[in-house]
Design a protein around this ligand. Structure first.
Ligand code: PNS
Length: 158
């Protein structure tokens, strides 16, 4: 049976930190599904369609990576895709508490699914979607924070 991991997130936008987590998850699993949250309550900068498009472009040559939208519980998405692992990146101690609570609660709801935390590589530790969004809103250049195949200007004002 394939070892399938789900990497869930808002990815608004997808950064080099996210890309690096996927690349490092690939040797550990047979397939990685990037699950892009639709969460209507969150005011996203990029629509779900744009986020799916930009992430798919990054992994267009990687057949073991799939990109899908999801709404509802992450654990239910995992179950419906036969995934036994959730992958999350950890940057700092500040991330840890939130991730620990989510990991524990997901585990309570679905004990058959384990969360695997990967530490972000040191050079990616400061890269954060919230700050990247803020730089974009103020007209700054974020090309050094997003994967090379994502040209942010292609997704703005559409
Ligand atoms: O990129 P983010 O915003 O940190 O991702 C958060 C995400 C999408 C992983 C989290 O909000 C989530 O899992 N949402 C789906 C709803 C759910 O399962 N909630 C319970 C988690 S304990």
């Amino acid at each position: 049976m394939d070892k399938i991991a789900v990497f869930p997130g808002s990815f608004d936008p997808f950064t080099i930190g996210h890309e690096s987590i996927v690349m490092r998850a690939l040797p550990l699993f047979d397939r990685v599904i990037i699950a892009v949250g639709e969460n209507a309550e969150k005011k996203n900068l990029f629509s779900i369609e744009m986020r799916l498009k930009m992430i798919s472009k990054v992994f267009e040559k990687e057949s073991r990576v799939e990109v899908e939208r999801f709404s509802g519980l992450t654990v239910e998405f995992c179950r419906s895709h036969n995934a036994r692992y959730i992958v999350r990146g950890l940057r700092t101690a500040a991330d840890f508490e939130y991730e620990r609570a989510m990991g524990h609660m997901n585990w309570k709801m679905a004990p058959e699914i384990d969360t695997v935390f990967l530490l972000t590589s040191t050079e990616h530790t400061p890269v954060n979607s919230t700050i990247v969004r803020d730089i974009i809103k103020h007209g700054g250049d974020v090309s050094m924070f997003v994967p090379a195949s994502i040209r942010i200007s292609d997704y703005l004002g559409k």
